[in-house]
Design a binder for this molecule. Structure first.
Ligand code: SF4
Length: 354
């Protein structure tokens, strides 16, 4: 898979685009005016692996709170601005690292005021188009041309490119683009379309995806399809759930596409009538045991000799279960037999000592 070429954009200390690893973003769900709660949630997101965190800035008090929040956290912060461009100016004044603007609810003149201030700070803007808040003329276009994913995608791309051109004509080139729809196809089509038309980094996401498991599946299909085609530079998973869960799922998507390799990848069979051990308990114990382990290796746990030996041999560490026992493999070679009740412990010891 060839990765789409994109321009390097810096958000604080984080590099986005130009072949850098895909950056996982988080978003707080606290009231930004509540500095204590917001700092606590940002720190939780940092611990979960978020490299940048977006905060909503709906009021002047929220904008003013940014300087206090910034003092207590490490990750770059992004201000999410809608309707009121003055909040963006205040957020920049308070040390925010990037501003997300929505071309659907901020005028061109106001966008240019924000860009002018951002340019002085060397700060990027995200042109964040959302299907739910498109400009009226584009909403109308969707209605008249037929409300289908292709039409929605074209309208979102038109909205983004119009704003990007406006910024470029005024000398502002420090841009990241996002095009979010709750519809998986509209999201995929819009990013595929814009990927051919610009060199700016793309922030991927499927918006308002809902609670798990639906939201997880929508995000995985939408973001995963695009990443698998080499499109996308930074991602955020949107779930009606704890924001830490969003970051975890984002990493799972990257992990499954081999775009993040710092933790163990588990290969385990679904089990069937041939399985003669309690696989669910074994896998669960191993899963809990590897939660904090940062070693890039493949671990196979297979229920029987049908597919087991091949998978276990190809993995770095593997077990093939039989009747109340299992055979341990390391780097493709049989090591020894182990009893069923020792499987999880032996695997975890092997992983820690790898
Ligand atoms: S590996 Fe064996 S136990 Fe597991 S699903 Fe396949 S046939 Fe069933």
């Amino acid at each position: 898979m060839e990765k789409r070429k994109s321009k390097l954009i810096k958000v604080g200390k984080v590099n986005i685009g130009a072949g850098n690893p895909i950056v996982v973003q988080g978003m707080t769900k606290t009231d930004t005016e509540d500095v204590t709660a917001t700092v606590k949630q940002i720190q939780q997101l940092e611990r979960a692996g978020a490299k940048m965190v977006r905060v909503a800035v709906p009021t002047a008090r929220a904008a003013k709170a940014i300087s206090q929040i910034k003092d207590k956290v490490e990750v770059p912060l992004i201000a999410d601005i809608h309707f009121n461009y003055k909040l963006a100016l205040e957020a920049i004044e308070r040390g925010i690292d990037k501003v997300r603007i929505n071309p659907g609810n901020i005028s061109k003149k106001e966008i240019l005021s924000i860009a002018d201030r951002a340019e002085k700070e060397g700060m990027p803007l995200r042109v964040g188009v959302n299907e739910g808040s498109l400009q009226k003329k584009l909403d109308q276009k969707i209605k008249t041309q037929g409300n289908n994913p292709q039409i929605i995608a074209k309208a979102m791309v038109e909205s983004a490119l119009e704003t990007v051109r406006l910024l470029e004509e005024n000398g502002f080139l420090n841009i990241i683009i996002s095009l979010k729809s709750h519809d998986v196809f509209a999201s995929i089509f819009s990013y595929q379309l814009i990927a051919k038309k610009t060199i700016y980094p793309l922030h991927l996401g499927v918006t308002a995806a809902g609670p798990p498991p639906q939201g997880v599946v929508k995000a995985s299909i939408g973001i995963g399809t695009l990443l698998a085609q080499g499109i996308g530079d930074t991602i955020r998973v949107s779930l009606t759930a704890d924001p830490v869960e969003e970051v975890r799922i984002a990493y799972e998507i990257l992990h499954c596409l081999n775009l993040y390799k710092e933790t163990p990848l588990l290969i385990s069979c679904p089990t069937c009538g041939r399985c003669k051990v309690d696989m669910f308990s074994i896998v669960n114990d191993v899963l809990l045991g590897i939660e904090d382990i940062k070693i890039p290796l493949k671990v196979a746990i297979m229920g029987c000799e049908v597919n087991g030996p091949a998978e276990a041999k190809r993995a770095d560490i593997g077990v093939v279960c039989g009747k109340r026992e299992a055979i341990l493999f390391k780097k493709g070679k049989v090591v020894r037999k182990i009893k069923e009740k020792e499987v999880a412990k032996v695997l975890l010891d092997c992983i820690r000592n790898y």
